[in-house]
Design a protein around this ligand. Sequence first.
Ligand code: M6R
Length: 611
Amino acid sequence: MCGIVGYIGYREVYPILINGLKRLEYRGYDSAGIAILNSESHIYKCKGKVSDLEKHVSGNPIHGNIGIGHTRWATHGEPNDTNAHPHQSTGGKFILIHNGIIENYVELKGRLKNLGFSFKSDTDSEVLANLIEYVYLNGNVSAEMAVRLALSQVEGAYGVVIMCTDEPDKLIAARKGSPLVIGVGNDEYFLASDATPIVEYTKSVIYLSDQNVAIITRTELVLKTLKNIPLTPTIQQLDLDIGEIDKGGYEHFMLKEIYEQPRSIMDTFRGRITTQGTELHLGGLYQVIPRLVEAKRIIIIGCGTSWHAGLVGEYLFEDLARISVEVEYASEFRYRHPILDKDDVVIAISQSGETADTLAAVRLAKDAGALVLGICNVVGSSIPRETDGGVYTHAGPEIGVASTKAFTAQVTVLAMMAILVGRRRNILDDKQYQHYIDELKEIPGKIEKILEHAGEIQKLAELFKYVNNFLYLGRGYLFPVALEGALKLKEISYIHAEGYPAAEMKHGPIALIDLNMPVVVLAIKDHSYDKIVSNIQEVKARKANIIAVVNEGDTTIKQLANYTVEIPEADAIFSPLLAVVPLQLMSYYIAVMRGCNVDQPRNLAKSVTVE
Ligand code: M6R
């Protein structure tokens, strides 16, 4: 969740750290800090954003070629100057930045206090700094060995980068559960919790694996396990361009990412539909497709928006492939005692590929013998590395905390998987198979058309920007979209919103409906059209303002609803890809009009690597 950046080499480190932290700020933004070593150690940290840190530092230019930086999403200890990272050990020998949670920190802290260590902050991370110093001083060992021995006493998760004032030409990095990427340059190395701060300097990277430690000088990187077993680092090439992580002229990343969807969906299916347009190829499933086709049951796991995409997947696999599907919150699934066997296929959906609960659920399912597949966006992240196969969404970096293009890419992958498996199981014949492939290719153009009418949605946002509650209703494929629309509004504008299956409304939520409760109804022309028209009547009778998302040319609902937003017609299985777009835009505009920080909503972080 927190952002970590580090550098050792020949360049001035300060701008590298500050720019890196700005790129990583979407991961956490309650406080920020840096430490730079030259002839002495310099630590600057403060509550607030990276821009606050810059103000805090200004007037004190720090020169040096080795340093670390951190942007925090608080777990232990409130966001304030003292709890901000980096943390320094009591004797001043070790300075570190940490992402993750040290679960046994209370016990360790008690022990260290008894040994004379003092603590300034409420964080678990400062405990680790002191533990390393204790091992270093008492064991009379090298900094690297002290780090390894200390980490072997730690329970929980960490991505850490550590500097030792006695060995000032070295960075020590280690990982368990929290991602770390090392950029490899010529006589320089970059460290970060994801590749975004690195890509402008080098595309050669090493992904640190769990329980690995990297000891890095300007000219050498030594990789080993926590238990001191040497490893050979594997250098990979990043498939990421600097332009992809800029706002590209848009006011916010979220808006840019909404507008990117025609292209990102095309990127998701590019190369996976044969040039003749007649076949689907999902290379990451090649080895496992027989087990997927024979699956007795599919369990889809994810969190937040990815869970909503999973719900769409349930409809897709049941309709097109006739396989029974369950969709689970990863955070619930992992703590239950799920019954799994080798005939089950578990599909983990995660934009970041690092969500702690989803990763833990993946491990549980693998241990139980299920085939585990991933649908992830971040190439090289933990979930794709730990699953038996899967499909990258290739949506490009998603920086806005509110997920938009990741959702449509996930649904696109699920649709391709369901179509492919449906054909292999002979549920779909050649004609239907071809029909769905053809329809999928039309989706980007249809989204373009919706985006051309963004101005109308902006006007709607103007009308509803000050309401306190919203209800979203949908049926079938659009029920998960109702949930997603409500989540988008909640997380960036802080308006309370609920998504409901339209028919469930009369079992409770209808009691909430009155003049002050706008209701967004997703009402496309599918097999339940007449039913949703009845639901709209029920809402209208309670005097709510109705905003209906309808197909182009719909005249029936236009007469009932107060406002309509048109989307092009498409086969129902692809309707989530279209219907979600106006909801994303409406949330975006309302949040902007309310003065909310759209890309960095309060209390949230992009990648939730704590449980
Ligand atoms: O990286 P993941 O897809 O695993 O993240 C899951 C959720 O944290 C994420 O979708 C979250 O709900 C978003 N903020 C929604 O916009």
